[in-house]
Design a protein. Structure first.
Length: 272
């Protein structure tokens, strides 16, 4: 197998500290995930250019804007972008609604266009790019409406299937399925180095930490919602205090309250 070096570009707080990974082989570079905002996408492009090798391909792990928004600014039109079919379909469905939701917050830093991955691959398919063999595994709904992860040698690029030392996004309301996925991946990814979408690389202990967080979050939401599909503002404040004490000094604590209603609806069986 071709050897390669993993470079990480991490966005600033405004870009949600999201990681983009550059896999540099002898002759090319492959991108995994493309960031959220225009300034970070341009910085990521400069990082690729500085390596002095052509970009052979890009992969998108899942259907959240902080992983696909930067594609038009980073990946030339003649370079293929790969994802699973459900990731591509979900990006096509949500990109415009997400732009309408978040452009008022981010202004011109939110991209005015998007790119849907045009090369779709099935679960277990292998793609060679830049001399590197990537095996793509579809997960379905977990942290997002459509998740996947990539294996390349001893490295696993897991998107947001586990956040490492960062408060996670739960607002898509699939925490039950997410927990099941974490259980399944613990054995599958044993012995690999996990590269998360947010936070530092680590072992499968990252998955166990994420599982504990979700169990605590779900129990707290269920108690505070008391059977309702939403939480009051006071309950959300209590939830935030509880989870910040559970994961002290972790960034993106505003995510805690953001996902509370979606998880309450999930737990009560009421569509969000």
């Amino acid at each position: 197998m071709t050897s390669y070096t993993v470079h990480t570009y991490t966005a600033a707080e405004r870009g949600l500290f999201v990681n983009s990974y550059l896999l540099e082989s002898a002759d090319a570079v492959v991108l995994v995930d493309a960031g959220l905002l225009v300034p970070d996408a341009r910085a990521l492009k400069a990082r690729i250019d500085a390596l002095g090798k052509p970009l052979a391909a890009a992969f998108v792990t899942h259907a959240h804007p902080d992983h696909f928004n930067g594609l038009p600014f980073v990946v030339p039109a003649d370079v293929p972008v790969y994802s699973t079919a459900d990731v591509a379909a979900t990006i096509a469905a949500i990109a415009e609604p997400k732009r309408a939701q978040w452009s008022p917050v981010y202004g011109a830093d939110w991209p005015a266009e998007h790119r849907v991955p045009e090369r779709t691959v099935g679960d277990g398919d292998t793609v060679e790019a830049g001399g590197i063999a990537f095996t793509v595994h579809a997960v379905g709904a977990a942290e997002s409406h459509a998740d996947s992860y990539l294996l390349a040698g001893g490295n696993a690029f897991i998107g947001d299937l586990a956040f490492h030392g960062v408060h996670p996004y739960t607002a898509d309301g699939h925490t039950g399925a997410w927990l099941s996925t974490l259980d399944d991946l613990t054995d599958r990814l044993a012995g690999t180095l996990l590269h998360p979408g947010h936070g530092r690389p680590g072992t499968t202990a990252i998955l166990a930490d994420q599982r504990r967080y979700l169990l605590m979050y779900r129990e707290a939401v269920q108690r505070l919602a008391a059977g309702a599909p939403t939480l009051t503002d006071e309950a959300k404040a209590e939830l935030t205090a509880l989870m910040t004490s559970f994961l002290p000094s972790a960034p993106l604590e505003w995510m805690i309250a953001l996902g509370a209603d979606a998880v309450a609806a999930e737990l009560t069986g009421v569509p969000a």
